[in-house]
Ligand binder design. Structure first.
Ligand code: CO8
Length: 304
């Protein structure tokens, strides 16, 4: 399929963001895909390494946009990513966020060229990578839509998201061992929860890439979507839109209790879940949701 590089001049004026967002070449979506996802943009701060759009009024889509380096995760990119996602997290009109890359690469890992000459004193003193984990502290759901390479930090970035959807082309892996290091963004820890010890050990020690199908069979991704350019982003946006139609309070509570299962024993987790469940009876959305069911109408949540 003919590829379209999203230069501003090729996008109708009414569909453009702030022009400075296009200072770099956008990922290789088709014109149709690009305009569809950008069709409801709002004015955004200027970013160099990401694109931010509103494909639905309640959904923010963040697209990693460093195509020449296969979306390698350099520090300035992560700074922008944190800023865009944290702003969306605090925006009352946003119900969920989607994070994606290009057809060829979600992200091919941390930027090896940026890292290669770093010294221990430097990385330790300056807490290298510590900031990257801020994504895991967002309160609203973040859905990863993965096509192409998701390697090293790219795989870890996907694992920091709440839900992963994969295109059939997705290739995951933790190849850090080939660089003389190990995963540094949670790859060894989050992966083990998702796919178990033996598989994690194999992948971390051999650096072997694994397919979307394997990731799905092992439960690391929710599902592999159908073939087609932009399909995985479309599915993720639909899912984010669906989540956005629920009570934001209940969604955040649901995310909190699911994540708590990583940290707690079963007994603690069950107690925590019940306490949060009880707490939701103090919300208007619980009253509205249950009243709407009884009255056979659609709930009108006010997120209060
Ligand atoms: N860093 C910097 N540049 C990269 C990276 C990277 N990780 N990956 C690709 N690039 C660059 C290449 O250098 C090349 O640039 P140039 O054209 O200037 O030479 C360009 O992207 C295109 O890459 P290739 O020519 O290699 O493209 P291919 O299609 O031949 O190969 C691959 C694609 C297989 C993805 C290959 O590029 C590759 O193996 N990349 C490195 C993958 C890797 O080792 N990733 C792990 C990095 S270490 C890491 O992530 C540590 C995690 C730390 C924690 C992070 C927390 C979130």
């Amino acid at each position: 399929m003919a590829q379209f590089m999203a230069r501003p001049s090729l996008i109708p004026k009414s569909l453009r963001f702030s022009p400075s967002i296009y200072s770099r070449t956008a990922p290789s979506y088709s014109l149709r895909a690009v305009t569809r996802f950008m069709s409801s943009s709002t004015s955004q701060p200027s970013y160099e390494y990401i694109l931010v759009s509103r494909p639905e009024p309640s959904v923010v889509l963040v697209t990693l946009n460093r195509p020449k380096a296969l979306n390698a995760l350099c520090s300035p990119l992560f700074k922008e990513l944190n800023q865009a996602l944290e702003e969306a997290d605090q925006d009352d009109s946003v119900g969920a966020m989607v994070l994606t890359g290009s057809e060829k690469a979600f992200a091919a890992g941390a930027d090896i060229k940026e890292m290669k000459d770093k010294q221990y004193a430097d990385v330790y003193k300056n807490k290298f990578l510590e900031d990257w984990g801020r994504i895991a502290h967002l309160r609203k759901p973040l859905i990863a839509a993965v096509s192409g390479y998701a390697l090293g930090g790219g795989c870890e970035l996907a694992l920091m998201c709440d839900i992963i959807l994969a295109s059939p082309s997705a290739k995951f892996g933790q190849p850090e061992i080939n660089l003389g290091v190990i995963p540094g963004g949670g790859g060894s820890q989050r992966l083990i929860h998702a796919i178990g010890k033996s598989r994690t050990m194999e992948l971390v020690l051999t650096g072997r890439m694994f397919s979307a199908k394997e990731a799905s069979d092992w439960g690391m991704v929710s599902r592999v979507v159908g073939e087609g350019e932009g399909e995985v982003v479309k599915e993720a946006i639909n899912m984010a839109k669906e989540i956005s139609g629920k009570s934001q309070l209940a969604v955040q509570a649901g995310k909190e209790v699911v994540n708590a299962a990583y940290e707690m024993t079963l007994a603690e987790g069950l107690r925590f879940e019940r306490r949060i469940f009880h707490g939701l009876f103090a919300t208007n959305d619980q009253k509205e949701g249950m009243a709407a069911f009884a009255e056979k109408r659609k709930a009108n949540f006010t997120h209060s």
